[in-house]
Design a binder for this molecule. Structure first.
Ligand code: CDP
Ligand code: CDP
Length: 221
């Protein structure tokens, strides 16, 4: 019965997109779609199959099944929610994501996911390419040092030992590839609201986004 509208959240790695998007979706009773997880799933399958050639990766992207259900991601029916976060996927995902045919397949799936229900979708090209007509668009950024520290703290919490410098280099390299690729690169849509989260807490970012939405949606508490 709720009004169907979509919220696009884009930005570089570690800006807080997925954490914020999940909370916003919950508060607004919309479906959360993590598009990064979809690029990660294809990358995982390519690694498992030892696919190195672009043609092989395209073939995987065009023929695998990807589903998102209750916050879990399934690749060919297998739950890969945890596996897609491993460092080998981090390292390769931006290379897979710059292949136009891979993007074409995933953008199609993403649009289907948003067709009949309101979504909060996070990624790199949601406001510019996937849902150019989204009612609300936000672009989250933060200083690279702060983003690296957030990612580093997350890894420590999970018990993964790493080096802050290495995490920063990995993020910076992925950002560079995401910004410089030809096919729908990472950039803010012209009509996106830009939020620099460097000195903000999660709650502050969530409140800022919700207050923008509340101005236009009467039924938001
Ligand atoms: O969580 P994190 O910010 O590290 O990355 P992610 O959102 O899981 O996305 C992983 C990678 O997938 C990005 O670095 C991009 O290369 C790619 N991606 C993309 O190209 N387009 C999207 N809409 C989402 C992710
Ligand atoms: O999805 P994206 O890569 O943009 O970021 P994320 O996976 O949501 O990771 C952000 C991490 O920084 C999470 O552990 C958050 O708790 C934390 N954080 C944040 O997202 N926003 C802030 N303003 C402060 C901290």
């Amino acid at each position: 019965p709720d009004l169907v509208y979509s919220v696009a959240i884009d930005g570089p790695a570690g800006a807080g997109k997925s954490t914020v998007a999940r909370i916003i979706a919950d508060r607004l009773n919309l479906t959360y779609v993590d598009t990064g997880a979809m690029y990660r799933a294809i990358t995982l399958k390519a690694l498992e199959k030892g696919a190195l050639m672009t043609e092989e990766i395209i073939n995987i992207a065009e023929n695998c099944s990807i589903e998102i259900k209750k916050g879990r991601i399934y690749l060919d029916g297998r739950d890969v929610t945890e596996e897609i976060r491993k460092p080998s996927v981090d390292e390769k995902v931006s290379k897979v994501a710059c292949i136009p045919q891979v993007r074409q397949r995933l953008v199609k799936l993403q649009r289907e996911m948003a067709k009949d229900c309101g979504v909060v979708m996070d990624g790199r090209d949601i406001g510019t390419t996937v849902l150019p007509d989204a009612k609300y668009k936000f672009y989250l950024t933060a200083d690279i040092k702060v983003r690296a520290k957030r990612r580093y703290d997350e890894m420590l919490k999970k018990g993964i030992k790493t080096d802050l410098k290495k995490v920063e280099e990995e993020l910076a390299e992925r950002d560079r590839q995401d910004r410089e690729r030809e096919c729908s690169p990472l950039k803010a849509a012209e009509d996106a609201i830009i939020i620099d989260t460097t000195d903000k807490t999660l709650d502050e970012v969530v409140d800022e986004i919700l207050s923008h939405i509340k101005r236009r949606e009467k039924n938001v508490l």
